[in-house]
Design a protein around this ligand. Sequence first.
Ligand code: ZN
Length: 380
Amino acid sequence: MTFDRTYRRGDTGPVVTEINVKLGVLGLLTGGDVVADPSPVEFDAATDQAVRTFQQQRGITVDGIVGPKTYQALEEARWRLGDRILAYVPARLMAGDDVAALQRRLLDLGFDCGRVDGLFGAETEHALRDFQRNVGIVPDGTCGPATFKALHLLTRTVVGGRPQAMRESEAINRAGPTLTGKLVIVDPGHGGSDSGVAGHGLDEAGIVYDLASRVEGRLAATGSTAFLTRGPDGDIDDVDRASFANAAGADLFISLHVDAHANPEAAGCATYYYGNDRLGHHSEVGESFAELVQKEVCARTDLTDCRTHPKTWDLLRRTRMPTVQIEVGYVTNRGDAARLTDPAFRDVVAEAIVAAVQRLYLPPGEDSGTGLLRIPALRA
Ligand SMILES: [Zn+2]
């Protein structure tokens, strides 16, 4: 509706009745007689006082007069999260306390929707899709019953302090620099009957298992818990690896691979995270983590920087925690193969990866810069 006049003490009529009902619902006016009595109610001294209290609460000029601003605020204040389905409507943004509640919960859970402004804009939709993808419901950007339920369950979990629910950046920042209690899945790719790529006497499954063991030892030194997805000869597909991590309630997933190419000149390190620009799918923290891993590995080694890239591979898509897949060099390249053969090089890569994990959990102001963190292994 358009609201083009003001209402003040002494006025009557249906809009005044509506204003009284709204104030009653908010607990600012004893609403019993208002609801029971359908006849128009006067804008009396009690209404005036309730309007002033409301205006003070909402940061509106306190004058006891209901004009367009105060009326709009009353309209927004009546919505509770779950009352209606929320979606991004570019032509006319949905507004209300339910939108603000959604934004607060998304931020609490680490999904960056920008500021809490009670307006369902593009950023909120983006954060909501990211949340939906992370909890395994259809990422349609619409806040309906399945999303309300997931928000409710997860919010309770976070209040309870269980680390596995604190998935993304805000939660990570609040958790502080300690990795104690974090569960990190370290995934040596391939294995068993699938030995991965091969070249220069190296096989992928063997290299990445050794690398995973070195990462695991350093993670233990930081106080976090690390699980490997397979043993030295284990054979497991990517869907099962993701299910394992989801069932374990892991905080992070690191998949280790090496690459191969028909062109022996192809060389370097690349890191992948979940995303698809065309579909608008994107893991914010996955990307941040990938950037950290890529920077640390390239700063500490002389591997060519093949950058980070969004992909929709099963492992990245099905894991519900931030996940990266690192391709550490090409076994088909003479220089990279020589590096990968050297245990000291694998130690440097392992340290780089764990430094990236540590930096992901550091508050922005306390980050130490690329290449500086030193993490000793508890066991090599
Ligand atoms: Zn591989």
